[in-house]
Design a protein around this ligand. Structure first.
Ligand SMILES: Nc1ncnc2c1ncn2[C@@H]1O[C@H](COP(=O)(O)OP(=O)(O)O)[C@@H](O)[C@H]1O
Ligand SMILES: [Mg+2]
Length: 243
């Protein structure tokens, strides 16, 4: 019975995946999963392969071995826009907005990628979720503060109504108050039913909100546990939590 319950809950499963960039092996034989309803954190040093793992899930890099299942169906050969149709959206590292387009236009670009979109109503919903963007809806994305740009990048992914949100370093470079806001939004997004796979250099905050976490070392995962247990792990404390 226990096994059935676990399988029913499995949303994403990456099994033994390897990715190389030319001669550089970025990740090798890496396995992780996201159960329905979870926030899962990936932490670890720079260059360990966390972004590559997210890109593999989203179909942005080829995997040389292994498989990636979403709702128990292989997605490893799908293009990024096909992932969006399946219910997976990515907030990329560095936000990747269209700087000369307005807030609204950036959100429209997000909605455009989704099948059967009803853009206008959805844009209003996103602006309700991020009130800071409301008064700036006609401003160009490039003139927003870094924190506002990150809200917009998150909004552009959410307008696609993902079942699974992938977020790569969403708090990087943000002022402390925006870092808090981002984490609050991630919790709210998750409470509303979206599962989250989060790559973060802010290991403490990521593990505090995560149900489970994976700790990368170069090209591999060397620890996996609940967020709570990882926060209390001596190894994790020493390497990532400053003592
Ligand atoms: N486009 C690329 N071309 C070549 N090597 C890359 C590329 N992207 C990442 N790498 C290399 O792959 C490894 C993993 O990088 P990455 O997944 O970005 O790690 P992380 O997100 O954990 O910092 C690193 O050695 C990095 O230099
Ligand atoms: Mg990265």
């Amino acid at each position: 019975m226990h096994i059935w319950g676990r399988e029913k809950d499995m949303l994403l499963e990456a099994k033994n995946i390897s990715v190389s960039y030319g001669a550089v092996k970025a990740i090798e034989d890496v396995t992780f999963k996201v159960n329905d309803g979870e926030i899962v954190a990936m932490i670890g040093p720079n260059g360990a392969g966390k972004s590559t793992a997210l890109k593999a899930v989203f179909g942005m890099v080829d995997i040389q071995s292994g498989d990636i299942l979403f709702n128990r169906e292989s997605i490893k050969d799908l293009r990024p826009d096909e992932h969006v149709s399946k219910g997976i959206s990515l907030v990329p590292e560095g936000r990747r907005l269209f700087p000369s387009m307005t807030v609204i236009e950036n959100l429209e670009m997000g909605a455009f990628l989704r099948e059967g979109n009803n853009g206008k109503a959805d844009i209003e919903n996103i602006l309700e979720l991020f009130p800071a963007l409301k008064d700036k809806r006609r401003q160009k994305a490039g003139v927003l503060s870094t924190g506002e740009q990150q809200m917009l990048a998150l909004g552009r992914a959410l307008i696609q109504k993902p079942k699974l949100l992938l977020a790569d370093e969403p708090s990087l470079g943000l002022s402390p108050s925006y870092v808090d806001t981002i984490f609050e939004k991630l919790i709210a997004i998750n409470k509303s039913g979206t599962s989250v796979l989060l790559v973060e250099q802010n290991a403490r905050m990521a593990l505090e909100i995560a149900h489970r976490g994976y700790v990368f070392k170069i090209g591999q995962i060397f620890l996996e546990d609940t967020g709570k247990n990882l926060l209390e792990s001596e190894e994790v404390k020493k390497a990532f939590l400053g003592g």
